[in-house]
Design a protein. Structure first.
Length: 144
């Protein structure tokens, strides 16, 4: 059995590097419609908001839990997690990066993209992990 390469230690990462790692991990899950907003000019609470959608409460919990575990492997832990019980909107606070995982209805209702419209949307294409399948075709995560 092959040993996987050790994960990068991101404990002291710059905000964009941290956001990129989070985006990469989210892209390996079933998170859909992933967006990142640069909000440091609008608020002091974070540099980036990452917003995505899950299809069910179970899936939202799984995305949040998987993200927490994978980032923990990189020595990065959320200071706060909210909403895991109901899982209609889960928030993971990584300090300079706040992750919002919504169901579709809650995302439409709160519309953070509109609320934080002054924040620049960042192109996430270089952070998305593309899976290769045996046929050689590339599959991008749903919604991206």
């Amino acid at each position: 059995m092959e040993e996987s390469a050790p994960k990068k230690d991101l404990q002291h990462a710059q905000p964009l590097e941290l956001a990129g790692a989070i985006l990469g991990e989210l892209s390996k899950t079933r998170a859909a419609n992933i967006k990142i907003l640069h909000v440091s000019d609008q608020t002091i609470i974070a540099d980036y908001f990452i917003i995505c959608t899950g299809n069910s409460n179970t899936q939202i919990r799984a995305i949040a839990t998987t993200l927490e575990v994978k980032m923990g492997e990189m020595n990065v832990f959320p200071s706060h997690i909210e909403g895991l019980d109901e899982a209609t909107w889960v928030l993971l606070d990584y300090g300079s990066v706040i992750v919002h995982i919504f169901n579709s209805e809650t995302r439409r209702f709160y519309n953070l993209e509109k609320l934080w419209a002054d924040g620049a949307e960042i192109d996430i294409s270089k952070y998305i992990v593309v899976d290769k399948v045996e046929s050689g075709n590339e599959i991008r995560p749903q919604g991206n």
